[in-house]
Design a protein around this ligand. Structure first.
Ligand SMILES: [Zn+2]
Ligand SMILES: [Zn+2]
Length: 283
C-alpha cells in the first residue's frame, strides 16, 4: 500500500490517494473540491481509481465524489451519513458552497462488530445486503470470509457465494457487478485490491463518521474526528461532544502509540502524541 496526500482548495481538506504499488489500482479517501487535481495526481502515476471511501458525508470531503463516480468508481459511506450526500444536509450551504448531490453506491454499518454492506440501487429501489459475522478471533486466520460476484459479463445470471465457517448471510449478497468487490473479513476489516484496512465507527463529529485503519502500515485516516492537537467540531446538527470524546478515547486511543494519524485537514500526527496531549479536549 502506498498513498499520497492531496490538499484541496475549498477548506484545505486532505484527499488521500491510496493504491497497491504492484497493480496500480487504488481508491480515494475523501475526494475534496479539486477533482481535476486529484485525477491528474492519479494519472501521473498510472493509478486507476476504483473506489471512493468517505470518512463522513460533509461536503468538503465529498465534493468530487460524484465526479469519480461518473468515471466508474464506487462510492462507500457509512449508512448514517448517506443522506448528507443526497439531501442537501452536507452543510455546504452553511459554508456557501454548492454541493452536487448524488447517491452513494454502497453504504456500510459496523454495529456489534458485524460489517455489513448495503448496495444502493436507485433504479430498483432495492438494497442488497451482505453481512458477515466476525469470526471467533481465537481461531486462526483461515476462517476469513469472502464475497465474490460472479462473472459480470453474464449480466442477468449473477450469483455470489460466501465462504467461511462463521459467516451468516441473508442469501442475497451481490455487492456489485464489477470485479472490484471489497472482501469483508473479520473485525470490521475490508480487503480491497490487496490492501487491508479496518473501518472504525467514530461518531461525534458526524453520526456516520468513520476512520480507516491500516494496521500493517500503522496508519489511521481520521477524517474530522482527530486532528493534530485538536478534535473535530461537534456543533453540527448530528454532532455530540461527549460522543466524539468517547469515540476518540475508546477506539482511537486503543491503537498503538506509533500509529500515524492522517486527518481530514492540516498536518499528520501520531496517536501517542495526541493521547499525551492534556489539552486535546479543551477541558
Ligand atoms: Zn466534517
Ligand atoms: Zn472537514
Amino acid at each position: 500500500m502506498k498513498f499520497i496526500t492531496i490538499e484541496n482548495s475549498v477548506l484545505s481538506e486532505n484527499t488521500y490517494l491510496v493504491w497497491n504499488e504492484n497493480t496500480l489500482r487504488g481508491f480515494l479517501i475523501d475526494p475534496g473540491s479539486d477533482g481535476k487535481k486529484i485525477e491528474k495526481a492519479a494519472a501521473e502515476r498510472n493509478i486507476k481509481i476504483e473506489a471512493v471511501f468517505l470518512t463522513h458525508g460533509h461536503f468538503d470531503h465529498a465534493l468530487s465524489a460524484k465526479y469519480f463516480q461518473e468515471r466508474g468508481a464506487k462510492v462507500y459511506v457509512h449508512a448514517e451519513d448517506a443522506d448528507k450526500l443526497t439531501s442537501g444536509t452536507a452543510i455546504d450551504r452553511f459554508f456557501g458552497v454548492k454541493f452536487p448531490t448524488f447517491f452513494a453506491d454502497v453504504t456500510f454499518e459496523t454495529d456489534n462488530n458485524i460489517l455489513k454492506f448495503n448496495e444502493i440501487n436507485s433504479k430498483t429501489n432495492r438494497n442488497k445486503t451482505s453481512e458477515i459475522r466476525a469470526a471467533d478471533s481465537k481461531t486462526d486466520g483461515d476462517k476469513t470470509s469472502e464475497i465474490r460476484a460472479a462473472d459480470s459479463k453474464t449480466g442477468g445470471n449473477k450469483t455470489s457465494e460466501i465462504q467461511g465457517a462463521d459467516s451468516k448471510t441473508d442469501g442475497d449478497n451481490i455487492l456489485n457487478s464489477g470485479g472490484n468487490v471489497p472482501r469483508i473479513e473479520k473485525d470490521n476489516t475490508v480487503e480491497f485490491q490487496g490492501m487491508r484496512f479496518k473501518i472504525i465507527h467514530t461518531p461525534g463529529h458526524s453520526k456516520g463518521g468513520v476512520c480507516y485503519f491500516f494496521e500493517d502500515e500503522g496508519a489511521l485516516f481520521s477524517g474530522d474526528t482527530l486532528f493534530s492537537g485538536d478534535i473535530g467540531r461537534s456543533d453540527f446538527v448530528d454532532g455530540d461532544f461527549f460522543e466524539l470524546k468517547n469515540s476518540i478515547i475508546s477506539k482511537l486511543f486503543a491503537l498503538p502509540d506509533g500509529t500515524a494519524v492522517y486527518p481530514g485537514h492540516e498536518e499528520a500526527t501520531e496517536i501517542g502524541k495526541e493521547r499525551n496531549n492534556k489539552r486535546l479536549f479543551g477541558e
